[in-house]
Design a binder for this molecule. Sequence first.
Ligand code: 5AD
Ligand code: FES
Length: 354
Amino acid sequence: MNQDSFNKEDLIRMLNADEDDRIVLFKKSREITDLQIGNKVYLRGLIEYSNVCIKDCLYCGIRKSNKNTQRYTVSDEDVLQCARYALENNYGSIAIQAGERTDKIFISKITSLLQKIKELSNGKLGVTLSLGEQTLDTYKEWFDAGAHRYLLRIETSNRELYSKIHPDNALHSFDKRIEALQNIRKAGFQLGTGVMIGLPYQTIENLADDLLFLKAMDVDMVGMGPYIEHLETPLNEVHHLLHSRQERLDLTFKMIASLRILMKDINIVAATALQAIDKMGREKAIRYGANILMPNITPGNFRNNYKLYQDKPCTDENAADCSSCIDVRMNMIGSQIGYNEWGDSKHFKKQKQV
Ligand code: 5AD
Ligand code: FES
């Protein structure tokens, strides 16, 4: 097999790997990670800024129509406090994530927060944004204000499946999603995307296509995790179609390992959703090729309301609990933490040099 040009059949075989073949797959991806990235994990202190959302994705617990969610937005002072916390604890970077809003007040608020974060950290803190689909002008405004990485998951690269898990209207258009990804790159960001794994109706062929999509888009970072049902969402009506949680977890590990073999020098996130299924899920993902961890530093009282899916971990803890926990966990698997480093995607850096 030519290692640099995997085709769909190769990928399907990797995703279908049985117990024995899995071991070979994971070993290979570990070797590549050590060689290309090193045994280092970079941190992004995650601030779940707000669960207010204008969209209605059929799988998501904070969708607009879920009336059982208490909506919140973290105050400016608390956001800056989180940034200070990340700085003092040598995280190197933060990530700001929220439900989608495209109104002027929201856009300007993010811009001013970014400027303040840059100021308080003397430009030391790297900033990743995950704030959904915006116009090119908005992306540019936020890039100029100091953010430099942006995550927007495509969720699935299959147009038909995309339409099954989103409402049928202009606000949830597959084409607009693709356009947004292109605009993120145009604005200057390191581009991150990703998919959910184990969705109802999703096939192994779909997932192989997802991997080829990530490769074709030449992304710098990927965040992907298992789909986890949320009882108050429409997609839960077809929960009988789901694979078991354990199967979704295993498939996620194979996706991560295969992606690492396919795209050797990108950043891959060990998604929080992994931990909802397996207490050691994120650590295992790191063993199999992931290299980014996003410890939650959202103020404790809001965490319970950013419930994208059932059984979301660490919703009743504080940032300090997470901090000591990361050290212990990374020690356990023998990984080093890249304290005080931005840990940018090597893939992005290489492209910039040519
Ligand atoms: N299960 C797993 N991941 C989910 N997300 C949203 N809802 C769910 C769910 N039920 C993910 C989406 C989104 C990211 C912020 O969270 O991929 O892009
Ligand atoms: Fe908020 Fe999907 S429900 S972006």
